[in-house]
Write a new protein. Structure first.
Length: 98
């Protein structure tokens, strides 16, 4: 499993690409979710927003990941630009995560 070698941007870009292509590769998304939760503190606001957007767009449930991203976002709310915030809020709403 080389996903552990991915940096946060690579993780976000990978799930974003699969979601944009309409491919919900469950095993890949599951592995990425686990890896991201373990490294959530390394994610910048864009990585957080793009990752949660990808999971919501792909329709892949990842409760632990959404929880970790929510916690990180609350702690760093002032670091998000308007687009990152809008994308993250949209993702949470689309996924039905409150």
């Amino acid at each position: 499993n080389r996903i552990g070698d991915f940096n946060p941007q690579a993780m976000a870009n990978t799930v974003w690409a699969f979601a944009t292509a309409g491919v919900a590769a469950e095993a890949l998304f599951g592995a990425m979710a686990s890896a991201a939760v373990n490294r959530i503190g390394d994610f910048n606001p864009q990585n957080l927003a793009n990752t949660v957007w990808a999971f919501a767009t792909a329709g892949v449930a990842a409760e632990a990941l959404f929880g970790a991203i929510a916690g990180a976002a609350v702690n760093r709310i002032g670091d998000f630009n308007p687009q990152e915030m809008a994308n993250a809020v949209w993702a949470f709403a689309t996924a039905g995560v409150a």
